[in-house]
Design a protein around this ligand. Structure first.
Ligand code: ADP
Ligand code: MG
Length: 714
């Protein structure tokens, strides 16, 4: 994740964490307090939190197999019991404790490569032990490496329930968690939030039965169903969780609908003319999402829609058409982008579409001179500027809109919640004199993102957000061939760059991300530029990086767009949105340092024209495990959603969203894909409950979301 994105994401997270986590500086912590703190790290604050901290899996310690039986099983965890016949510390090939145990059926060797002195003493000849582990057939017959074991007396009773294994944080033992949970269960308020007739109707277990069973499953339980989480007890948990999600979603929606926005009902002559003069036809997917947006904009409550589309899928024109509807309806629209380059590109493109039709588009960024800024502000305030495009300079107090009806945020994940809200609050305030309606209004909001958030996550984290997806690229794109090459073969890559330039193509050469130091990153970029200039004397090489003044940046980008530069050496400033169709080769140095979504974004800069495009990922070996996975994913797929899905797999939801506490995902048990049928049921029930049973709703939300609910609304 680029530093900026990380920051924006962390801003969001901080907002989420602000509540209830502060702890006054106090005296050194006692053991109990330390443990409580570790529990808190897992999000476990209350007895109910503990009760809902359900096992990841179970271990079956309820039965014992004979060693002979066990050795007939494949590699599978088994439990055996016997008496130690030999206990020996060996030194070759390395120091290890080797214990031989016997039962009536045979013998088994146990190896401990790391062991304590008293462990060696404890595992003495004649001692009876109960051992769990994977049995393998080693050189000297049946053996187990590092099994878990317990010293027992003959005839010691076996547990009567499966042993739960809980998700645990660092320094928290299973034994401690088990104890904490058992004691929480003894104190719990077991009231069922669902009425009994409903449980019968939906064939669901009672809450208490379900929770108790999952923590202490009886020996005769259907273990498979338990592991697969298809057991009725699991179904009840998933249902409850989904119900909580649906309830909070619907409540947030209702709250939004209760707010007022100015309806933007007109798709009029400007919109028509705009569409007609576009040099292309909208794709079916663009058409569909445009309809969704148009429909929202007609309503008198604020739209809150996320427009997702892979890099290059054509979100900008859809945003422009949304703005056209605001303009046709007599309102202003604003489009905010995270970088000057991107804002500038939007401005040029959209102004070129709109201004010939007599619609004024204003441009506002931090780099404008004072005078220009004042002039732009005046046009915005008077309403002469119908659409305003810019960077976060737009949220400054000096910027006043005449009649703002629609806010569009591009690359929304690059902004913090606060920034997005600040822009929204510039909405048309109908309390102003001369306006008849006496209600404060909120503008409609359209957020765009090319970092596709998997639908499951979007639904979980952004409770009150409609999602539109452009799932189709404009025609005529050629797929990008991606290759990974060790950087000691750089010469070959330079030759390839040369050949591409000879064919009239343009090339991006992206310099490595150096998170610790912008200066170092700049230096590397400069070095690379010099290196390429030397190696390719007949080519024109440009350099663009974050330290350039905006005007200088613009000059370089213009020259590249105009084809005057063959190779553009760039830091990650080109990551978002830059659109130069003739650029068809991209080289990314130290690709192993980039995150998946960033690589995908970068790669999306090529493949925009008709020419076959290629992306070369230079890496430095040896590659770490996740770096290898990332590069492989890049080679295997170009589908942004698939990439996002794998990213999620590699990193987990917490980190994926930049949240620091992973494992805080609000859907812990249900899976929106496989449990779709439950989602439907939960959705229907939520509808009914909200109409009738507000006490039940409150209880249920409290139980499942605690205080977290309110954070879902932004
Ligand atoms: P992104 O979704 O990544 O923001 P853009 O909006 O920048 O993508 O669009 C990428 C390119 O595709 C632009 O040059 C745009 O003009 C072009 N484009 C958008 N829609 C279409 C279409 N329906 N047919 C052809 N080209 C299109
Ligand atoms: Mg874009």
């Amino acid at each position: 994740m680029p530093a900026q994105t990380k920051k924006a994401a962390i801003d969001d997270t901080l907002a989420i964490q602000a509540k209830g986590r502060a702890r006054p500086n106090a005296a050194p912590l006692s053991m109990a307090q330390k443990s409580a703190q570790k529990l808190a790290k897992l999000g476990l604050h209350t007895d109910m939190d503990l009760a809902l901290h359900l096992p990841l899996r179970y271990e079956d310690e309820t039965s014992i197999m004979s060693i002979q039986q066990a050795s007939l099983r494949g590699t599978q965890v088994v439990q055996v019991e016997g008496v130690i016949s030999v206990s020996d510390i060996q030194y070759r090939p390395r120091r290890q404790l080797v214990v031989t145990m016997q039962d009536d059926s045979g013998q088994l060797v146990l190896r401990f490569l790391n062991f304590y002195g008293n462990q060696a003493k404890q595992l003495a000849e004649g001692i009876r032990i109960r051992v769990r582990g994977e049995l393998r057939h080693g050189f000297f017959g049946a053996e187990m490496v590092h099994p878990t074991y317990k010293v027992v007396l003959e005839g010691a009773p076996l547990p009567s329930a499966l042993t739960p294994v809980y998700p645990a944080g660092e320094g928290l033992s299973q034994a401690y968690l088990r104890k904490a949970i058992t004691s929480a269960l003894s104190r719990l308020d077991w009231r069922d939030t669902l009425p009994p007739e409903l449980l019968t109707e939906l064939k669901l277990s009672g809450f208490e039965d379900a929770v108790r069973l999952l923590h202490n499953p009886p020996t005769d339980v259907d273990e498979y169903a338990l592991t697969e989480r298809s057991h009725p007890a699991w179904i009840r948990m998933k249902f409850d969780e989904l119900l909580a999600q649906q309830l909070s979603l619907k409540r947030a929606q209702a709250a939004r609908r209760a707010r007022t926005a100015c309806a933007l009902p007109n798709v009029g002559s400007f919109s028509q003319a705009f569409l007609q003069q576009l040099p292309f036809q909208l794709t079916a997917a663009q058409q569909r999402v445009l309809e969704e947006i148009r429909c929202d904009l007609r309503a008198a409550f604020p739209m809150q829609r996320l427009l997702q589309g892979d890099v290059g899928s054509g979100k900008t024109v859809v945003a422009a058409l949304a703005a056209a509807q605001a303009i046709d309806s007599g309102f202003q629209a604003v489009l905010m982008a995270p970088t000057e380059i991107l804002a500038d590109q939007h401005f040029r493109k959209i102004a070129a579409w709109m201004e010939p039709l007599g619609v004024e588009v204003a441009w506002l960024t931090g780099s404008l001179k004072k005078k220009e800024k004042a002039a732009a502000n005046a046009r915005i305030e008077s309403g002469a500027a119908r659409l305003v495009i810019g960077t976060h300079a737009l949220i400054q107090d000096s910027v006043q809109f005449h009649k703002l009806g629609l806010v569009i945020v591009d690359e929304q994940h690059r902004f913090g919640v606060g920034q997005r809200l600040a822009l929204r609050n510039k909405g048309f305030d109908s309390n102003e004199p001369g306006v008849s309606a006496q209600v404060a209004t909120v503008p409609h909001q359209l957020m765009m993102s090319a970092t596709p958030i998997p639908r499951t996550l979007a639904m979980t984290y952004f409770a009150d957000l409609e999602v539109s997806v452009i799932d189709q690229l404009p025609p005529g794109r050629t797929p990008i061939v991606t290759r990974t090459i060790d950087q000691n073969r750089r010469e070959e890559v330079i030759a390839r760059v040369h050949a591409a330039a000879q064919e009239g193509r343009q090339i991006y050469w992206v310099c490595p991300l150096i998170e610790e130091s912008e200066a170092l990153q700049l230096q590397t970029a400069t070095d690379t530029c010099l290196m390429l200039t030397e190696a390719l004397p007949e080519l024109r090489i440009g350099l663009v990086h974050g330290r350039l003044k905006p005007a200088e940046k613009q000059t370089v980008m213009d020259a590249f767009t105009a084809g005057e530069i063959h190779v553009l050496v760039a830091t990650t400033v080109i990551e978002v949105g830059v659109d130069v169709p003739n650029a068809s080769l991209m080289v990314i140095e130290h690709a192993e340092r980039f995150g998946l979504s960033q690589l995908h974004q970068l790669r999306g800069r090529v493949g925009r024209g008709a020419a076959a495009s290629a992306c070369i990922l230079l890496y430095q070996s040896p590659l770490g495990g996740t770096a290898k996975q990332r590069l492989m994913t890049m080679r295997e797929t170009a589908d942004g959603f698939e990439i996002a899905r794998r990213d999620l797999e590699i990193r987990g939801p917490g980190e994926f969203l930049g949240a620091r506490q992973s494992g805080q995902a609000l859907l812990r048990f249900a899976d929106l894909e496989t449990d779709q049928w439950l989602v439907e049921k939960a959705r229907n029930l939520a509808q009914t409950l909200l109409q009738q049973e507000s006490v039940v709703v409150d209880q249920h939300l409290q139980r499942w979301l605690g205080g977290k609910e309110e954070f879902l609304k932004v």
